[in-house]
Write a protein that binds this ligand. Sequence first.
Ligand SMILES: Cc1ncc(COP(=O)(O)O)c(C=O)c1O
Length: 406
Amino acid sequence: MEMMTDADVERARRDTPGTTRVAHLNNAGAALPPKAVTDAVVAHLHREAEMGGYEAAAAAADLVDDTYTAIARLIGCDVDEIAVVENATRAWDMAFYGLAFQPGDRILTARAEYASNVIAFLQVAARTGATVEVVDDDEEGQLSVDDLRRRLDDGRGPVRLVAMTHVPTQGGLVNPAEDVGAVTREAGVPYLLDACQSAGQMPLDVDRIGCDMLSATGRKYLRGPRGTGFLYVRREFLEKVEPPFLDLHAATWTAPDRYEIRPDARRFENWETNYAAKIGLGVAVDYALAWGLESIEGRVTGLAERLRGRLADLDGVHVQDQGRQRCGIVTFTVDGVPSEEVQRRLADSGVNVSVSVADYARLDLPQRGLSDVVRASVHYYNVDDELDQMIAALPGPRPATDSRTT
Ligand SMILES: Cc1ncc(COP(=O)(O)O)c(C=O)c1O
């Protein structure tokens, strides 16, 4: 159910200068930020220019603290369980590369897993003798919780980690994060959730999900600045994950031959950071919280479903999204027109979309006979007129009803 009213959407668009210039359906790439975010970033850059960078950071200490408080509210954890880093990949890496693997340890993942994560699995597997297993999809195309349970119980060696992408880069699927959490908790196996594409478009609660670690980015559905991301690590788990890199922020040099790693999740950060972006991330998270993540999800899924419906009515257009639960990412192919050409044609008409290629999702797209898909990702500030604009600008097909009458 959509809970945002037309007046809310109008207000969201007024808050978002970019909506006057472009039909931005690339929110899974990087969303348009609200003006409040841009203003906060620019204000801090001015403070740095006028006072000096260190002095500006000290003067803005409360704003920086607010970023941790906002993220903790967003995902239902405490501030000392949050590290703010430069992107989702680095957040995920700090957790994954911080785990110790032995020969024969098993890493379980899903078909929709993101390329960078799988590359990291393969590197660590080659280094340590751990193995990587892909859990089957169920008939609806999401991770099969039954197959996961089977693999956890099959006695074929210790499962050291379950790592799953919540919402993939290449489709509208929402993997069953809570069901996976229930299973990993029962089995006592660490669970790392890549929430890069879900953060900001749906409610996330780490206790309800049952994950031990969660990574996310700022620029996508959260509408924050580029170059921001965060990692959550459950308090009881902090000591079990040794940061792969340490510096004088993550640890203290206590004696010439000793250091102590800090006890909180900031052990996964490093000292130098983009303060303006970090402050902007907090403003973006607060802005999302003010709308409410349930309202955002209602609006986003409603728009996405309408877009899928309109695309499905077109001859020669195939919606490619899988899964029981779907989100704001809409993927499709157009017969006889390469996805990049579709993207170019839409861009010429003022509509931003993106393309997902097999390299991003080798366990998924090729299995489905797809080399690439067009990705239109909607946010709550998008409107039906923009969907019409996109449909009208699509190359090749016309509505099936039209073609029957001509
Ligand atoms: C599922 C998923 N995980 C991780 C990432 C990487 O995020 P970042 O570019 O912030 O490192 C992406 C980026 O598209 C993604 O889609």
